[in-house]
Structures are given as structure tokens and as C-alpha cells.
Ligand binder design. Sequence first.
Ligand code: AMP
Length: 574
Amino acid sequence: MTDAKVYAVIHKTDAERAAAPDSEQAQYRPADLPDGGLNIAHEAVDRHVADGYGEQIAIRWLGRDGGRAEISYAQLALDAARFANVLNTHGLVRGDRLFALMGRVPALYAAALGTLKAGLSFTPMFAAFGPEPIRSRMEIGSASVLLTTAALYRRKIADWRHELPGLKRVLIIGEDVPEDCVGLDAAMVGAADDFATVPTRADEMALLHFTSGTTGKPKGAVHVHGAVVAHAETGRIALDLHPGDVYWCTADPGWVTGTSYGIISPLVNRTTMIVDEAEFDLERWYGILEREKVQVWYTAPTAIRMMMRAGKAAAQGYDFSALRFLSSVGEPLNAECVIWAMEVFGKPFHDNWWQTETGGIMIANTPAMDIKPGSMGKPLPGITAAVVETEGQTLRKLDAGEIGELALRAGWPSMMRAYLHEEQRYAKCFVDGWYLTGDLALRDRDGYYWFVGRADDLIKSSGHLIGPFEVESALIEHDAVAEAAVVGIPDETAGEVVKAYVTLNAGYSADEALERDIRGHARKRLGSAVAPREIVFRHSLPKTRSGKIMRRLLRARELGLPEGDISTLESDDA
Ligand code: AMP
């Protein structure tokens, strides 16, 4: 590892520190339902209505074509209750499993809450999934009911629907209702307004999220209603969510971030959340930040790098003064991005780390902390993290500065409780009471964690251990480079050598001189043992629908190896 601390620490002022949420004391106390029940939907909406906040706007929806809707907490509670009644009327009850396949429209949010209220579990899928990823997820998850649109149903599901015998109903949003399906709009009109929330147990399944393995089928991570305590507290401490804040999480609910922090946490913390139906568009996004006076913004490095690629000039003329807290998740956040945000928004991005399996944020740069650009921060209160080395069932904690696997002491409220039907795969994640994340990291002497790479992505070259993130971050410091992905290629002498794939900023042409220049920059910055031997220019990099660069796919294609599970692959020209 080269010294990553080349960027100055961003110090918080005393005033910023004083205004930061109190993280010493967990504050969240869920309301008790009858029989000691705990239900996410009750915490997210009904509770606020009971407390007199029914008039507050819960969702400010921005339609793709300029439409707009505001949904109050009272309206959301009512829609959720009606949806729960529709489910019961159609024989769908506690323990059944609802899958949703649709875009970010208000009905999706009411349905998510109504599903949980009725004691069913909720699984959102990306609307852009093709038939195969949809089918495999619904099969593994034993879907009882699907919520979708007529167009998506006809295009992606109708052909094989009857091969899933457990699928009792398909609910359709919109007026056009295919045969064998239930029209939701009409059913909602006829549904009763009251629904007694099912008093689910804290350890009862609430959410099922799929995550791609490097090989084989996607894994279904099971999350429980009790996770809401973590959603509430981490939203408050790591994202600085306050009641009444205007908050925008740009993630789709099809990715765990869009559910934990795009539905549950913001509602439980009683914010007004922006839901944008459209995909990334630079002017649209800057316009939303300005016009909607977004105060807290949670986005991902891919989007941030796209903004950077457009240049600082593109951000000029917008008023971002409402922004109070910026945060990022999903991929390592290059130091460059943190610094860039200071210049463009006047505030740094706060990186945080978590994964589908952890259900909520585990490591973060909180509002109270000084930021070391490039670091993902420190474990949140209540989370014990370590960098470890394991051999069989023995686990050894490593010292500051040593690279190893990031591990978390098991037992936090939003921890996954199973990989559905895969007990062994689940058991393998735990050693001696620790959950092994599959990510490599190091902890510095101040307790900050630095991401090195997925364990599968680590490169071993001439005895050096090289984390792709470090090399990629150095590459994007070059003016021409927009994004970079680095993989290890077998080499007779070195074991492996580093190969980089990069996309370029506007105004640069991919030629040999530029390749030499970027390699020279990387050598100067990283040393010749770590710098890429070869750089390939690409128009885009292969990414998952949640914006993660698929390094293993680049490597597999390079070496002619099996591509593994690529069901979440978005688009690429690799
Ligand atoms: P997912 O379960 O799809 O959200 O993916 C989780 C994985 O994304 C983690 O195990 C990391 O490899 C990566 N990841 C998430 N957040 C960060 C971050 N802040 N820095 C580096 N990698 C991250």
C-alpha cells in the first residue's frame, strides 16, 4: 500500500460538531403494537399520523415527464391500509411474499408499506431486469404475489407465469389489466380505509433482498422488522436526518439502498423525501437540488463521477445553498470526488460503507467527524469492526495499517438472518461470532477504515498486494480520466500484473500518447510495481444496475473465464 493520506484532512468546525446528532445515546424506541409486535410500516407512517404529523408531506414525487405529486403522511398511511386490505381480500396473508417490478411511482411506496403492514415480506426488483433475473429471484424467493404494470407483465412475465405454482396473484397498476391479473386501481377504490397493522415479531421476515454472488445464483438475504431500529438510528447519525428535512436518496428500491434509505429510514425519521422517477441526467439533478431545496442528499460514486466528468462549469449558476449534508455509498469514493464536492457544492461528500447483508450503514463519516478524503470513516456507535485474517474457524485481528478482511461483530439489529434456502452459504459468513464481509480494508491509527477492494478483486503482483481502489483513484486524478477499473492479469514473472480500463473526459482522444501519459502519471504516483502495465480505453465500463463496476467481469472476459452471475449487469461495451 502506498500512503493514501496525501489529501489534507477536512476539519469540521466547532459549530458543525455541536450541530451534529448525538451519537452516544441510541434514541430510537419503537412503538409497541399489541402482543409486543413491531412492524416497520407502523414506525414509518402510522406512528407519525398518530402523533399529529399527518399533514406533513412524506413523498414529493417528480414524474419523468414533468408531473408532480405530493403525498402526506396521512395519505400514505391510508393508501398503505387500503393496499393491505386488497392483499387480504385476495387471500394474501402474513408470511406471504410480495415482489414488485415497477418504476419509482407513488404506488410502489404505498404498496411497500401496505405489504409490511399486512405481515407479508417485500422484495423490490429493478424494472429494467429482463425475464431471467426476474424469474430466478421469484423462484428462489417463492413469490406469492407480484405487483407490476401491464406492459412489464406482458413483456417479461406472461410467458412463464404459470410455471410458478406458488404465485397466487398478479396485481397490475393502471387501467389496462391483462387476463388472469387483478387491477389494483379498482381494487384500491373498493378497499376499506382501516387495517389493523399485523403485530409482527421483531425477528419476523420483512424484506428479502437479492445480491449477486461472483458465481452461481443470486442470494436472497432475509431481513426482519426489528431492522427498523438500525434504519432509524443510522439515518439519524450517519445521514443527519431530522424531522421535516427535505431528503433525496437517488437509489432505486431495487437496490437495498433504495429501500433501507429510500423508503424506511427517511420515513421513520419523518423527513420529506424526494422521489424522482427519471434516471440520471445532469441538468435534471442540479435542477432538483436547487428547486426542491434538498437539504440532505444520498447518492453514489458513479453519479458523482458523471457530474465531475461534465466539469465544474456545468454546475455554475445553480443555487445549492439549501444543501446541508452530502453522502455517498455503494462503491469506494475516490478522494478526488470529496474535494470536487467542496469546490462545487461548498460541502464534502461523506462516504459510508455497508452491504445488502448488513441491512444498514455500518461504517461512516458522520457530521461530527473530520473527513479523511478517500476513507469510508469509522464504525457507527454500537458496531464493532475489525480487520481480520481467518484460517478455518480461527480468526486473528490485524493491527492498524495491515490489510485484511473487514469483519463485524455479529448481532446488530439489521443483520441479515439467512440466505434463503442456503444455510451453508450463510454459515460460511461467520467465524467465531464475527461476520466476514468479503471486503478487504485497513484501519489507520486514528481508527478510520480504508477500502482496499473486494477480496476477489485483490491483485498480487511480485509479492505486493494491490487493491484496485488505490490504483483507480490515482488514475482518475489524471485530467483525462473519468472512470477507471483495474484488474490483475496472470503474468509469468510477476504472478499478476495490473491492467486498467479507463473512460475519458470530454475533449480527450484515446491515442498512444495519452496512454503513455496516463501510465507515466500512475507510475509517478504509485511506483512501477503498482502502476498499471497496460491501459485500455473504453466508452463505458460494465456496471451493475446499482452502479458498481464489475471488475470480475472485465477479468473473466480478458481471460476467457466463465462470466458468473451477470443478472444485474446494466450495460457495457466490454
Ligand atoms: P451491495 O450489497 O450490492 O450494496 O454491495 C455491497 C458492496 O459494495 C460492499 O461489500 C463493498 O464491496 C461495496 N461498497 C459499498 N459501499 C462502499 C464504500 N463506501 N466504499 C467501498 N466499497 C463500498
